[in-house]
Design a protein around this ligand. Sequence first.
Ligand SMILES: Nc1ncnc2c1ncn2[C@@H]1O[C@H](COP(=O)(O)OP(=O)(O)OP(=O)(O)O)[C@@H](O)[C@H]1O
Ligand SMILES: [Mg+2]
Length: 358
Amino acid sequence: MVRVKLENLTKRFGKVVAVDNLNLDIKDGEFVALLGPSGCGKSTTLLMIAGIYKPTSGYIYFDDEVVNDLPPRERNVGMVFQSYALYPHMSVFDNIAFPLKIKKAPRAEIEKKVREVARLLRIEELLDRRPAQLSGGQMQRVALARALAKEPSLFLMDEPLSNLDAKLRILMRTELKRLQKELGITTIYVTHDQVEAMTMADRIALLNEGKLQQVGSPDDLYHRPSNMFVAGFIGSPPMNFIEGSLEKREGKIVFTSGELTVELPADIADVLKDWISEDVVLGVRPEDIIVGCERGFKALVYVVEPLGKDTIVNLKVGGLIIKAVVSGVKYNINDVVNVSFNLDKIHIFSRKNGEALV
Ligand SMILES: Nc1ncnc2c1ncn2[C@@H]1O[C@H](COP(=O)(O)OP(=O)(O)OP(=O)(O)O)[C@@H](O)[C@H]1O
Ligand SMILES: [Mg+2]
């Protein structure tokens, strides 16, 4: 297995900076998700690690060795793409055997290895079929088996589950995570789906416009987002953002936005004392809004969206619509309710640059 380090990694295509000065340290055996919206540079990063693209500047290390000039076939990486890229005219067996044949492995060894990975991925009975005779999930397993057969020390996957239907995607998510943990192969997994990244990865590197926004455990990104982009990207329904300012009132620090006034708890207030009269944004997740409490501010129920177990209640506060997630209680459109925020869970961001202040 291998440790991967990206140092000031940059890729330009003409004027487009696809990857902008990326620094990332991926531990031996770790599962890291590269997450971000379309066009943020995820695939470009992966292709540089695979050796298919050459970095414009910066370095890629495998353990302590700079691999910038190492050709792809000498990097010992297994790649799985969204399209699977199976060879249509070859049987499943030959597809899986292909990288081993290229390596000129002996016939008997190829036979043994193909059967071994086929057993691991439960596709033994499919070895004689052609890709056209497989379901999406089966094709996906064949692509994985082919990547596994060459015993890579690094797995690179680019949206490998996005062609599957929702149910199969959830199943394969679990299987892939289990497989990665069993084999302990360092894995870099590209996705734009925050749920996939959250559920599968040990750590997530969130990119936007080629720049790393934050890297950390799913818990870190969810509970301690370093800026508004991270806060808004992770979580569904997304965090509510309320623009306002900070004021000092009777020795306390309050957040105000129109009619809405929120007195901040002492620990947050202490950190924010240098930001009085600054333009800020208060962030609160839908599950951290308490609806139907005794105290708090008045809000009008605007729309109710049942999800089965929980319900999203859209609340009108002044000119603002905020989303709360509640369970159990039923509300109707135009109900007037009392609402408050779980103050231990609120976030305050600078409106100037979106950075988290607390
Ligand atoms: N070969 C190329 N030539 C020119 N520009 C490119 C090339 N490949 C990528 N880009 C540009 O670089 C940026 C990053 O592209 P990249 O494919 O890495 O995004 P991505 O994060 O994988 O997006 P998606 O989720 O849509 O696959 C985009 O603006 C894209 O248009
Ligand atoms: Mg891509």
